[in-house]
Design a protein. Sequence first.
Length: 155
Amino acid sequence: MDVLVDTNVILRRIHRAHPHSRPAREAILQLVQDGDRICVTSQNLFEIWVVATRPIATNGFGLAPNQAERLLAHVENSVFRLPDSDAVYAEWRRLVLAHQVFGKTAHDARLVAAMLVHGITHILTFNIPDFARYPNIVVLDPISVAQKSGAPPSP
């Protein structure tokens, strides 16, 4: 099965000092071992660039563009990027109106739109409540998925 992985999971997988780094890594590994394909959208990759190049003082990684490029290339080599299309935009428009989405959660609606257009039903995210409004989406909690692997819970 295809599983869309939210940016927060990818970033926590990368940021080894984050308390959720281990469950993010273990959850992705478990999905791969189960035969699932890890998918992202271009939006996820844009968001990774933003965090990678944002200063540490403002909750970023503080990387120079050439360092961020290497990081992004590594991520791109480990996932399947869903193609963008006009259909994703049309579905996003439908979703934001149907679910009365506003503010930052419009980013999540765009991920859901891409999922629906590409027939993906599952998303791995730490932001579980943000996706609860979408009835056809199954939200996977990385901590629960990681625990399925038999690894001891993260501290």
